[in-house]
Design a protein. Structure first.
Length: 277
């Protein structure tokens, strides 16, 4: 049986708007009991928040269905870094994730590890403190490298945009946890409980979702919503060392594709193969 790792921002919803076809797709995989996990680079919300948002949008969801870059970052710090003084540049949910894991957050002047995600309150003063601490030898962990986040009516700068300033000033490269890093993929695939080759990674971002799936030796489905149209226009696909296994207009089209290749049972007569590269 195949399983699915499904992106959220730009794939299932944009801002507070459900993307056409998403509800039908998720209902179908739930009815047919296809293993799936929503895996998001979003470190600004926790799984409870995201499950609540999905429910508000008419999608049956629970927090156990969702794995975030915040959770992956906590797991990485706990098992890979034997350091206790950490400082978080990010939203309250990212800070809470570490506090719930038993960490007491340090200030930037004393920290051993700087963990950075999306932070709308990020200031020049924070940048200055962060850079000086990195130059003094602190470790730098980036929850995810997304430069842009799809929102209603456009895009919002992501964690990667803040990281670009920090890295440029300090010349210190962060350890990246979220997609396309193998770190979040390793944790997510283990949680899904399937061999890598039986997992299809579904998302709109060629540089994070699709690259992550390719590196993890999973199948990939590039959904032409969210960031995908912009990336297609920029010719980014032609610059990659891989091609997605599926390229579909939206999740509804991908649903038909999965029926065509036998991953899902057909729900009715007359459905045609709509694989569209």
């Amino acid at each position: 049986m195949n399983g699915l790792i499904i992106d959220l921002d730009g794939t299932v919803y944009s801002g507070n708007t459900l993307i056409p076809g998403a509800r039908e797709f998720i209902e179908s995989i739930q009815i047919q009991k296809i293993p799936y996990l929503f895996v998001t680079n979003n470190s600004y919300r926790n799984p409870e928040d995201i499950a609540g948002k999905l429910i508000d949008l008419g999608i049956n969801a629970k927090k156990e269905d969702i794995y975030t870059s915040s959770l992956a970052t906590v797991e990485y710090i706990k098992h890979k870094l034997d350091k206790k003084r950490i400082s978080v540049i990010g939203g309250e949910r990212l800070k809470e994730a570490f506090q719930e894991a038993g960490y007491t957050l340090s200030n930037l002047e004393q920290t051993e590890v700087i963990i950075q995600g999306v932070d709308p309150s990020f200031t020049y003063e924070t940048l200055e403190k962060c850079v000086n601490r990195l130059l003094a030898g602190a470790d730098y962990i980036l929850t995810n490298p997304d430069l842009l986040i799809p929102i209603e009516g456009g895009f919002s700068p992501g964690a990667g945009s803040i990281a670009a300033a920090i890295q440029s000033a300090s010349q210190v490269k962060p350890k990246i946890i979220g997609k396309p890093s193998s770190i979040i993929m390793e944790y997510a695939i283990k949680k899904l409980g399937l061999p890598n080759e039986k997992v299809i990674v579904v998302g709109d971002n060629l540089l994070t979702d699709m690259h992550a799936g390719y590196k993890a030796k999973c199948q990939t489905a590039w959904i032409m919503t969210g960031l995908a149209p912009q990336q297609k226009e920029q010719g980014i696909l032609e610059k990659q060392a891989f091609q997605p296994d599926f390229i579909c207009e939206n999740l509804k089209t991908f649903l038909i594709e999965l029926e065509a290749v036998g991953v899902l049972a057909k729900q009715g007569p007359g459905k045609k193969h709509q694989y569209a590269k």
